[in-house]
Design a protein around this ligand. Structure first.
Ligand code: UDP
Ligand code: MG
Length: 326
């Protein structure tokens, strides 16, 4: 395995729950988040929170450092640059010491108050407890319908069942976390990786709040790329599709050829094939380019994986350091 959590983490103390919080430019809301988290965790006997600074350009890191100074149960992982949320979560999982790990956004869209419910389901024996959005209120019609279409597409194409209306907000048992940590691919579609693990899973319903501060980092272009990531990481269906479209087009062209021959034999050939010729040439050209693109998407991913680079680099790491008094 490439990066494992430093052994010191496990030796120093063993929190029951680790809360992993990826944060990119969240300085404005971090203190508020931490206060709400503290209140929500009041009933949990031992916990740590692992803040991952994903190369923020604002005061997120100093804010985290201040939280760390004030509370030993705070761990801090600062990445060398912005690696993206999926990788930031991975870094958090690698540095989390708990028997169970909760992943939660820093912008308070995932209510920390739900954590005790997630923990209760974990204690009831589930390895993966999803927080499932009750509705997608506050999101535009376009975002809702594209999300729906994506889940339906994923369901049809791959044999992986993605839970609907769930983000990365969830709790995982230690064995589920260790399983996810073994998946070191560069192209990380976390929802897919979480689902790939399997193990007994359940969900808890919640209402997703609007962002408390800052702006969402997800443009439609990014979402489209995330969808591509999801599809290409978990199914080779688009490649198979090329075969069938090719087959279909070949069959059609045989039929067309027969028609042309019969017509020529019966009514002669007045050389008038320009429009049909152009149509066929353009259509085939388009289909070929499209599938070259699809192959390119996969090839690019193969290329990226073969380089075997580490997923992220840690610039600074401060483990949580509370000794449990037994
Ligand atoms: N985030 C991150 N790295 C990034 C982008 C986002 O760590 O490159 C974090 C961000 O700080 C937040 C969480 O991921 O805690 C969710 O991001 P955001 O709110 O932008 O996504 P949305 O809620 O719109 O899906
Ligand atoms: Mg958000």
């Amino acid at each position: 395995m490439l990066e494992v959590s430093p052994p010191s983490v496990r030796r120093m103390w063993q929190p029951t729950i680790s809360v992993v919080v990826p944060a990119y430019n969240e300085a404005a809301g971090l203190d508020l988040f931490h206060r709400r988290l503290l209140r929500a965790l009041a009933g949990v006997e031992s916990w740590e929170v692992v803040y991952v600074n994903d190369g923020s350009t604002d005061a997120t890191l100093p804010a985290m450092e201040a939280l760390r100074r004030a509370d030993g149960r705070v761990a801090l992982v600062s990445l060398s640059r912005n690696f993206g949320k999926e990788t930031a979560i991975t870094a958090g999982l690698d540095h989390a010491a708990g028997d169970a790990v909760v992943v939660i956004d820093a912008d308070l869209q995932d209510p920390p108050e739900l954590i005790p419910e997630l923990v209760a389901q974990w204690r009831a024996g589930f390895d993966m407890v999803y927080a499932r959005r009750r509705g997608r209120a506050g999101e535009t019609w376009l975002k809702r319908s594209t999300a729906k279409a994506f889940y339906r597409l994923m369901q049809r194409m791959g044999d992986l069942k993605l839970p609907e209306d769930t983000g990365d907000f969830r709790l995982m048992s230690r064995r589920a976390v260790d399983a996810v940590r073994q998946l070191r691919e560069q192209h990380r579609f976390m929802k897919g990786l979480f689902a790939w693990v399997g193990y007994p899973a359940t969900y808890v319903l919640y209402d997703r709040a609007p962002r408390c501060a800052g702006v969402s980092k997800w443009s439609y272009w990014k979402l489209w790329n995330l969808a591509l990531e999801g599809i290409t990481s978990f199914t080779v269906m688009p490649l198979k599709l090329a075969t069938y479209v090719g087959l279909g087009v070949a069959l059609l062209s045989v039929i067309y050829a027969v028609q042309v021959i019969v017509k020529t034999l019966i009514i002669g050939n007045p050389v008038a094939g320009y429009p049909s010729l152009m149509t066929v040439v353009l259509f085939l050209g388009g289909v070929q380019l499209m599938f070259l693109g699809v192959i390119g998407e996969y090839l690019g991913r193969v290329f990226n994986e073969t380089k075997q680079r580490p997923l992220y680099l840690v610039e600074r790491y401060v483990p949580s350091a509370v000794k449990v008094s037994v």
